[in-house]
Write a new protein. Structure first.
Ligand code: ZN
Length: 657
């Protein structure tokens, strides 16, 4: 087979097994056989290796000073150039230079018989083996046998073993002996994607090189050079997409570039555009992902869903789109953290410009929170029966949370201005309902956030009805006031509280936990006691009250059920409050934003020492108060657009930009 194109090396006589895996071009093609880019542009010199500067520097130096190891271990993800590097080493060891007089060199000439035979994969002394298909001890014995013979025409026999981690244990053991005392004219070059599966005994006898994943910018630049040589017009954004999809692998990227060039540009367009490549890759194109992030941070679920509809119609997987969004958030966060990226060339221009705008707009905590939610969301999508639905739910959630103040911000605001400042909407004079502070405790920080939660269905007041000071129930109001000389004992709770002031802690405890009020008609109190209540409870209580008031009190014990004990009432109220707090959109948003967060103790400063709301100043009322307004409807998972403003910002107010 003769290569029609001048300047290119001959096509290989036989492909090394498992090396690059591409199918050879059909030989019957009318013109020169097409060769895939990965083969055409395979590096032939150390300096051509993309993105492996450290490895190249060390190898060059080793050849320059004549201290070349007898065994190498090349490791790295697929497609970074492990076997390519191995072949360059084989040439460097065996090059004799154009004049036939040269020795081992960091810059193999590429034209001497050894160089060209190795380039063409047909040198008798350079043997490649794919351990993935030949894992047994017999295969290794073959190699070991071969090491006993001198090289036929080269200085050095080179054994390249790809995917060496696949060798069996026995095969490794057999190899080890040879590695311990390698014949002077033999070099082993091992390559592996899974270094951990290579025995340490083998590893310790090799010089190891970690070929690193090639960065996107390097890949994109490399692909741009190749596209130019191929006379293919490809938009830089399209190349960036390919570089991103290649995920560090030169070979994977080149095969995508192959596909893109083969597919060509859209009709009526001279250039292959990003949208075209995105379609090919099944990706939403980058601009669309930016649009999506814009919509999300602006808190516009309708806009976000319109974008996903568009992407879905074009065949993009919404789960992949969420992953793209996650990656974009990372880029924006990097732009925020490293301002130099805005002017550098690591990122494509579109990412630099639009990404920087977003980075300026978003705080680090907001970025972090969105990242956490998305991370969780991507996993949810993978687990969901319908990926599209799941992805949309994640986006809706994200839209509603993106603009909420962070717990840290809330703490600062509350610290600076008091709780009312946070519950107060910014634009309208709205009568504030009774604030019920709650505490949300993110699992990680252990931070407690006191955040007023609006209870009850307070409606937004018309603008025409300005209320000067909307303080209805100040949290600091009902502190325990020292009882006046004749104690006011207008309710059962006041009676119990009074007992506490008389240093009767035990009696006080029993009254709270064991006494059900049946009737309160001073100076007569009728109670039903739990069995564990002390027998003298009624006498002691009567004595204390009589002593304090100068009036004779009667404590009657009855069998009527009566009220729950004070302790029971407080417990029920506490549970209600937790439920209510948990149902509140803001709390839900916080819980959603901090995966693993849970609601801590819900405290209410307006409650008295029994954890009960202040009693109306009506004596003799024994019926329990309606404890709290109805909690919000439980099916309200997200703050609806017409829900009450919950913070400094209005979620339903689209921001400009
Ligand atoms: Zn040479």
């Amino acid at each position: 087979m003769i290569d029609a194109e001048a300047g290119l090396p001959d096509p290989p006589a036989a492909d090394g097994p498992g090396l690059f895996g591409e199918a050879p071009a059909p030989p019957a093609a009318p013109k020169a056989p097409y060769r895939v880019l990965a083969r055409t542009y395979r590096p032939t010199r150390f300096d051509d290796l993309i993105g492996q500067d450290a490895t190249v520097r060390i190898l060059r130096r080793a050849f320059a000073v004549g201290r070349v190891a007898h065994a190498f271990m090349l490791t790295g993800v697929r497609g970074v150039g492990k076997t390519t590097t191995a072949r360059i080493i084989a040439r460097a060891l065996n090059c004799i230079g154009p004049d036939g007089q040269g020795g081992p060199t960091p810059d193999p000439c590429g034209v001497c018989p050894n160089c060209s035979a190795i380039l063409a994969d047909r040198h008798p002394d350079v043997l490649e083996m794919d351990a993935a298909s030949r894992t047994g001890i017999d295969d290794v014995r073959e190699i070991i046998e071969a090491t006993r013979f001198r090289p036929m025409q080269a200085r050095m026999k080179v054994f390249i073993v790809d995917e060496v981690h696949m060798l069996s244990r026995n095969a490794f053991n057999a190899l080890l002996k040879t590695l311990e005392e390698p014949p002077s004219q033999v070099t082993f070059i091992f390559a592996t994607t899974e270094l951990r599966r290579v025995p340490v005994t083998v590893l310790s006898r090799c010089q190891r090189f970690d070929l690193r994943r090639v960065g996107q910018a390097e890949l994109a630049a490399h692909f741009a050079r190749i596209a130019e040589k191929e006379a293919a017009a490809i938009d830089p954004d399209a190349l960036a997409l390919i570089a991103r999809a290649a995920d560090g692998s030169v070979r994977d990227g080149l095969s995508l570039l192959d596909q893109a060039i083969a597919q060509g540009s859209a009709e009526g367009d001279a250039v292959i555009r990003a949208e075209r490549v995105a379609d090919m890759l099944g990706l939403a194109d980058r601009g669309l992902v930016f649009d999506l992030l814009d919509a999300v941070v602006a808190g516009q679920p309708a806009a976000a869903l319109a974008i996903t509809d568009q992407a879905h119609a074009r065949g993009a997987d919404l789960g992949v789109m969420l992953a793209d969004l996650l990656e974009l958030l990372h880029t924006v966060s990097r732009l925020k953290a490293i301002p130099a990226l805005r002017t550098g060339s690591e990122l494509p221009e579109a990412e630099r410009v639009r990404g920087a705008a977003l980075a300026d707009r978003l705080s680090v905590p907001v970025l972090g929170r969105a990242w956490q939610m998305l991370l969780k969301g991507v996993a949810e999508v993978d687990a969901a029966p319908d990926r599209r639905e799941a992805a949309e739910m994640v986006l809706i959630r994200l839209c509603h949370v993106a603009d909420l103040p962070t717990p840290g911000e809330l703490v600062r605001q509350i610290g600076a201005q008091g709780p009312q400042a946070v519950v107060q909407p910014t634009h309208a004079a709205t009568p504030a309902p009774i604030p019920t502070p709650v505490a949300a405790a993110p699992a990680g920080g252990g931070m407690t956030v006191r955040q007023p939660v609006q209870t009850g269905g307070a409606l937004r007041a018309p603008e025409s009805e300005p209320e000067p000071e909307p303080v209805v129930g100040a949290p600091e109001a009902p502190a325990s006031v020292p009882a006046p000389p004749p104690p006011s004992l207008r309710s059962w709770r006041e009676v119990v509280a009074f007992v506490a002031t008389r240093r009767e802690a035990t009696l006080h405890g029993h009254l709270r936990h064991c006494a059900h009020l049946v009737r309160f008609a001073p100076p007569v109190i009728e109670l039903r006691l739990e069995p564990q209540a002390p027998r003298d409870l009624s006498q002691r209580l009567a004595a204390i009250l009589t002593d304090a008031t100068g009036t004779r009190w009667t404590i009657a014990l009855g069998r009527a059920a009566g009220e729950p004990t004070l302790a029971e009432q407080a417990g029920a109220l506490d549970a209600d409050r937790s439920r209510e707090a948990e149902a509140h959109p803001l709390v839900q948003a916080i819980l959603a934003a901090f995966p693993g967060a849970r609601l801590g103790t819900v405290s209410d400063a307006s409650l008295d020492e029994y954890g009960l709301p202040p009693e109306p100043a009506v004596a003799g009322s024994a019926s329990p108060e309606p404890l709290l307004p109805e909690p919000e409807s439980p099916d309200m998972e997200f703050a609806p657009d017409d829900s009450e403003p919950v913070g400094l910002h209005d979620l339903d107010e689209p921001r400009a930009g």
